[in-house]
Design a protein around this ligand. Structure first.
Ligand code: MG
Length: 286
C-alpha cells in the first residue's frame, strides 16, 4: 500500500518535545493528517501513535526500534544468475509481457531502460499467479539519491500481491527498522542491513510459502518467508503476520492459494532486472 506522504519536519508544525531514555523526541503534526504524529528518535523518523506489534515491544514503525546492524556484503553472489531450466522468466531485459498494471489490468506502465525496467505510474503485477515459490530478482536504487527515510528509493516486492518485502535505499539512510530493505514491511525488520550503495545492483533471493486457510476461511498456517539480500540472510523462515500495510499490524484476510507477484511504484524510479521464479513444493517430513 502506498504510504501516506507526510510533511517534512521543516514543513510540519512542531507541536511538542519530550525525552525518552536520554534521546530527544520531536513530535510533528502533519497539516494534512492531524492524527498522524511523526516522531524523530536518534535521527530516525517514525511513529509511536501506531498499534503495538503482537510481541508487545514496539509500535508499528517505531523509530526507537534498534536499527539493523550494517553488514558489508561480499562479492556478487547471485547477481546475473542465469535462470534454472525450470524457472519462469518474468523479466529478461527485453519486454514486459509477463506484467500488467495492477490497478487497470492493462499494459504495464513501467519503462525499459538499458535492459532494466524502471518503476513509474503504478504498481505492476505478474499475469501469472503463484503459490510457494523461489524468486530471484535484482534491483538498483536511483543515483544520486534524493529524499530521506521512506522517501528514498522506495519500492517493494509484494508476494501474492499482499505481503511486502521492502525495497528501499537503506545505504546510509536510516529509517524505521520495520520499513528497512529486507523487512517484512511494518512487521519484521531485516536481521541485518547488507545494502549496497545506490546505483549498484542488489540481489534478492526469496523463498516463500503461502498461508493456508481452513474451510471457514480462517488462517491455519501463516505464510513464511526466507529472504537473502546481496548474499546475506535477512529473514530466516519468518512467519508473516498478515497483509502488510502502512501504520497497521498485519492481519490475514482469506485469499486464494495462488496470487500474482507485484512490484511497487512509490514515486521513485527504482530499476529491476533478471527476474525469475520457480514454483516449489513443500516437503516437511522429518
Ligand atoms: Mg515499499
Amino acid at each position: 500500500m502506498k504510504h501516506i506522504l507526510t510533511i517534512t519536519l521543516l514543513a510540519a508544525a512542531l507541536v511538542g518535545c519530550s525525552t525518552q531514555k536520554g534521546v530527544v523526541i520531536k513530535k510533528t503534526q502533519s497539516a494534512s493528517k492531524a492524527k498522524s504524529h511523526e516522531v524523530v528518535i536518534n535521527s530516525v523518523t517514525g511513529y509511536q501513535d501506531t498499534p503495538m506489534e503482537p510481541d508487545g515491544l514496539w509500535h508499528v514503525h517505531d523509530p526507537a526500534r534498534p536499527q539493523p546492524t550494517i553488514v558489508t556484503p561480499g562479492a556478487t553472489f547471485s547477481e546475473n544468475a542465469k535462470a534454472p531450466s525450470d524457472a519462469i522468466v518474468l523479466f529478461d531485459g527485453t519486454d514486459l509481457s509477463q506484467w500488467r498494471d495492477q490497478k487497470t489490468k492493462g499494459e504495464a506502465p513501467w519503462k525499459i531502460v538499458d535492459g532494466a525496467m524502471v518503476a513509474e505510474k503504478d504498481y505492476i503485477e505478474t499475469t501469472n499467479k503463484f503459490g510457494d515459490i523461489q524468486l530471484h530478482l535484482e534491483f538498483r536504487e536511483p543515483t544520486p539519491p534524493t529524499g530521506s527515510g521512506q522517501g528514498r528509493g522506495n519500492s517493494g516486492v509484494f508476494l501474492m500481491g499482499h505481503y511486502e518485502i521492502q525495497v528501499l535505499d537503506c545505504y546510509q539512510n536510516p529509517t524505521y527498522a520495520d520499513g528497512s530493505t529486507g523487512s517484512v514491511y511494518a512487521q519484521h525488520p531485516p536481521l541485518v542491513n547488507p545494502c549496497r550503495p545506490p546505483g549498484e545492483w542488489e540481489t534478492y533471493d526469496i523463498i516463500f510459502t503461502v498461508p493456508h486457510f481452513d474451510a471457514d476461511n480462517k488462517l491455519t498456517v501463516p505464510g513464511y518467508v526466507t529472504v537473502i539480500l546481496n548474499g546475506v540472510v535477512v529473514q530466516n523462515h519468518q512467519a508473516i503476520r498478515g497483509e502488510t500495510a502502512h501504520r497497521t499490524v498485519g492481519k490475514y484476510t482469506f485469499h486464494d492459494a495462488t496470487g500474482p507477484l507485484a512490484l511497487q511504484y512509490h514515486n521513485n524510479p527504482v530499476a529491476y532486472r533478471n527476474i525469475w521464479v520457480r514454483p516449489i513444493t513443500v516437503d516437511n517430513e522429518p
